[in-house]
Design a protein. Structure first.
Length: 71
């Protein structure tokens, strides 16, 4: 079982919603905040914005081919 699968199982078990973003061989997981939408980030003063690239994430776990490389 990969690190990515384990993190998803834990988040699902504790009913923590999360954003998942794939960029090539990299996958990013970030817990959803209260006002985030599905695949959308809430930015104070600007509302909801589509999640399109990892540069928009602020509190994430980064995986390379399923293994954690940073958090």
């Amino acid at each position: 079982m990969s690190d990515l699968q384990i993190v998803k199982i834990v988040l699902d078990k504790y009913k923590i919603g999360y954003h998942e973003l794939e960029e090539g061989e990299y996958t990013y997981i970030q817990p959803r905040q209260i006002r985030d939408g599905y695949k959308q980030l809430y930015v104070e003063g600007y509302g909801l914005y589509p999640l399109k690239e990892s540069g928009q994430l602020t509190d994430f776990i980064e995986f390379l081919n399923g293994k954690i490389v940073s958090y």
